[in-house]
Design a protein around this ligand. Structure first.
Ligand code: NDP
Length: 455
């Protein structure tokens, strides 16, 4: 009899953990996975999937308005929050069921309870008390919303976990933060008819993105009726009673709303997991420190996804999990390359980006040629909407290689996914130029920019 009960014990049935479990099982490993919440993890249950469905819902606002310019008469549209909320919840339940089926079909044993590491090869299941001896342990517990450092009254706010289940649509909402989650939800709720104010401590949103994209997004958000309070650090939240809360900023007047969404970042979900006691080194925000093979400081314990705080995106977690499983159980060693990862921010207007920003490219010592284009989309000429699309190519002047592509506007996410193939293959500006434009489209601008920005 084997000294181990399973070859792989996965903690966390989100995107990364589920992929690793299924692939490892396919390679013949005996796999058990534990999940203390719902199967599917952040992306499926309280992240990308329900968020994107909310984004779709929010954009109908513009469709109704734009239709008039094209000859349609649309009565005054009304929106019913419970219908959307419940439809999205049902879809999440369906997808969670598919995740479960996928695991079962792959022969993975599912334990729906919290699991805690008790040693390099031991995991304790908290509800049943079972101790499982595993040849390998994979930590894939993801991240969790953080308000760090906590502020007085912070508990009066909600996080992105709760925003999907609001009992009713508030008339006023404050969103604290200026990152992906804050901006996406601010845009969604503003379009659903909520008076949204974004409170952000910085002087611009989306730190780390290309400056031209940041500035244009900020301006577009203001034009879309979203109220922005920049340079505003919320230092206290107060309950005024009657369902109204008040946020106090270090500077400026306090501001009231029924709902305060706190989106000030996420932290790796490692508290109480027993990792440090087992010898696993954690970083300053609790992330599992891993090498390029996703191995922790304990050779039998690996970690993938947001819990490692590398690039906190679903497809990255999936790749990391897949690479781990192929390498450890399939005799096919490979690793996830973290260099070039496209991402989108599903604000309206949307951002799509891959590669280096202009500022990052300069900091890395590249001499640059910058190509950019800002234009009114064809649809807006008739709808009358004041809307612009912006595209930027960051090109290495010496090698002609396209180092980064940044898009702000309709379908930016869809466009950037396709462009990312070319950029990943090392495309040059000459390759972009040699590509025949597809007309009429917005994306054709990417292959028709001829003149580099002066200076
Ligand atoms: P982000 O790191 O993107 O943003 C956090 C924001 O909160 C920043 O604006 C930050 O400001 C601010 N902040 C941090 N601490 C404080 C504080 N104590 N007081 C006030 N403001 C504070 O985190 P998110 O939670 O938005 O998203 C987490 C991650 O999830 C993202 O990094 C991304 O990887 C992923 N994600 C991806 C999505 C996508 O692909 N579309 C969608 C949603 C999430 P400052 O800039 O000054 O630090």
């Amino acid at each position: 009899m084997s000294e181990f009960d399973v070859d792989l014990f996965v903690i966390g049935a989100g995107s990364g953990g589920t992929r690793a479990a299924r692939i490892a099982s396919g390679h013949g490993a005996r796999v058990m996975i534990a999940e203390e919440d719902r199967i599917g993890g952040t992306c499926v249950i309280r992240g990308c999937v329900p968020k994107k469905l909310f984004v779709y819902a929010s954009r109908f606002t513009e469709d109704f308005e734009d239709a008039a310019g094209f000859g349609w008469s649309v009565g005054k549209p009304t929106f019913d929050w419970p219908t959307l909320r419940d439809a999205v919840a049902n879809e999440v339940t369906r997808l969670s069921g598919l995740y479960r089926k996928g695991l079962e079909a792959a022969g993975v044993s599912i334990r729906e309870e919290r699991a805690v590491v008790e040693g390099p090869h031991e995991v304790r299941l908290q509800k049943s008390g079972d101790l499982i001896r595993a040849r390998h342990i994979l930590v894939a517990t993801g991240g969790w919303p953080a308000f760090d450092p906590p502020i007085p009254g912070g508990e009066l706010g909600i996080s992105s976990n709760e925003v999907f289940h609001l009992p009713s649509l508030p008339s006023r909402m404050l969103v604290v933060g200026g990152g992906y989650i804050a901006l996406e939800f601010a845009c969604v709720f503003a379009r659903l008819g909520v008076a949204v104010t974004l409170l952000h401590r910085g002087d611009n949103v989306l730190r780390g993105f290309d400056e031209d994209i940041r500035t244009r997004l900020r301006d577009a958000l203001s034009h879309a009726g979203l109220s922005l309070r920049l340079g505003c650090t919320v230092d206290r939240i107060e309950d005024l009673g009657g369902g109204v809360k008040r946020a106090h900023c270090a500077s400026g007047a306090p501001i009231d709303a029924e709902v305060i969404l706190v989106a000030t970042g996420r932290r790796p979900h490692t508290a109480g997991l027993g990792l440090e006691q087992a010898g696993v080194k954690l970083g300053p925000i609790g992330q599992v420190i891993v090498d390029r093979e996703s191995a922790s400081s304990v050779p039998s314990i690996h970690a993938v996804g947001d819990v490692t705080n590398r690039i906190n995106l679903t497809p990255v977690a999936i790749r990391e999990g897949h690479a781990f499983a192929d390498t450890t159980f399939g005799g096919k060693p490979w690793r996830m390359e973290h260099g070039l990862v496209a991402s989108a921010v599903f604000t309206t207007p949307e951002i799509g980006t891959v590669g280096l920003s202009e500022q990052q490219a300069i900091a890395a010592g590249h001499e640059l040629r910058i190509f950019e284009s800002g234009f009114r989309p064809m649809k807006a000429t008739i709808s009358g909407r004041q809307e612009r699309i912006y595209m930027k190519l960051v090109v290495d002047a010496k090698t002609d290689k396209v180092l980064g592509v940044h898009i702000l506007g309709h379908d930016a996410g869809e466009i950037i996914q396709a462009v990312a193939i070319a950029v990943t293959m090392g495309a040059t500006k000459a390759d972009f130029d040699a590509t025949i434009a597809l007309h009429p489209s917005a994306a054709e601008e990417l292959v028709t920019m001829r003149t580099a920005r002066a200076g």
